[in-house]
Design a protein around this ligand. Structure first.
Ligand code: GLU
Length: 282
């Protein structure tokens, strides 16, 4: 297994930007550019990441940047793909399973929580990070301090995510759900007063709050566990083992904490600094 120095990838913003600018961007509608093989080392690997989530996966110029993008780049490296062999594709919360099922992408690294329901149709390696859920409101909103304050309020989340269902279905809170295509749409709806609050992972909310200081408030009353997995097509046991080994090494080498620091170091967000225990591949 190749051991790559963290500095090669995260040696500086310029180096990272250079590496990522050199990468292709997938034509999402046009099928996979990846080889889909288990051994790696094919021509390219197509990876689905978010394009609208600051700190995690955000399109800057013609390539995405953020923690998930760094994690994906590291894992691809361990599978035998150089950064310029990665084709990025924009994954939305609602199309992650179908992208993997249809072969549009070879791998998804997109704030993708491991759930039993999703495991029925895709495989997961990881988790590589464990987030929690939280709530974002306008900076001047003092009324909403936790999920129970969402009774009767208009609540936005992205369709295809678990976040709103965790509150409405699992916690039984009677909020009026407004589903958007992604979280940046939720932020626009919050900005113009169409919704009272946005709920999703604390990582995602921290990234948005930091982008517009003084505009939003993360309630900072986290709940639940969102275990971020690397989504793989069903039946990828061998590749899952390879990805799990890469995740362990990424934490051991300090790359994961460096990537988190890079993403959130200048925000108020107290990210997890210890390696999560990965699940056995199925
Ligand atoms: N991690 C949660 C999920 O996978 C919410 C974030 C997202 O939609 O990407 O449902």
């Amino acid at each position: 297994m190749r051991v790559r120095r963290i500095s090669t990838i995260l040696g500086g913003t310029a180096a990272l930007a250079f590496a990522l600018t050199a990468c292709g961007t997938a034509d999402v509608g046009g099928g996979s550019g990846g080889d889909g093989g288990g051994e790696g080392g094919g021509d390219t690997i197509t990876i689905g990441v978010k394009y609208d989530q600051p700190g995690l996966g955000l399109l800057e110029g013609d390539a995405p940047v953020g923690f998930d993008v760094d994690v994906a780049t590291y894992i691809a490296g361990e599978l035998g793909y150089e950064p310029d062999q990665i084709e990025w594709a924009e994954a939305a919360s609602a199309n992650r399973e179908s992208f993997l099922q249809q072969g549009t992408v070879d791998m998804v690294v997109a704030t993708y929580s491991i759930t039993d329901e999703r495991r029925e149709v895709v495989d997961f390696a990881g988790p590589y990070y464990v987030a929690q859920q939280d709530i974002l409101v306008s900076a001047d909103n003092e009324d909403i301090q936790g999920p129970e304050d969402l009774e009767g309020r208009v609540l936005c989340s992205a369709s295809g995510s678990r976040s709103a269902h965790n509150i409405v279905d699992d916690m039984g809170i009677d909020a009026e759900l407004r589903e958007a295509g992604n979280y940046s749409e939720c932020l626009s709806l919050l900005g113009n007063g169409a919704v009272d609050a946005v709920t999703t992972d604390n990582t995602i909310l921290a990234g948005f709050a930091a982008q517009d200081p003084g505009t939003y408030r993360v309630v900072n009353n986290p709940f639940g566990e969102e275990r971020y997995g690397v989504g793989l097509p069903a039946g990828s046991t061998e590749r899952c083992e390879e990805v799990n080994a890469a995740i362990a090494q990424m934490w051991e080498e300090g790359y994961a904490t460096e990537a988190l620091e890079n993403a959130f170091g200048e925000t108020d967000f107290a990210y997890e600094e210890s390696a999560p225990e990965v699940d056995a591949c199925q």
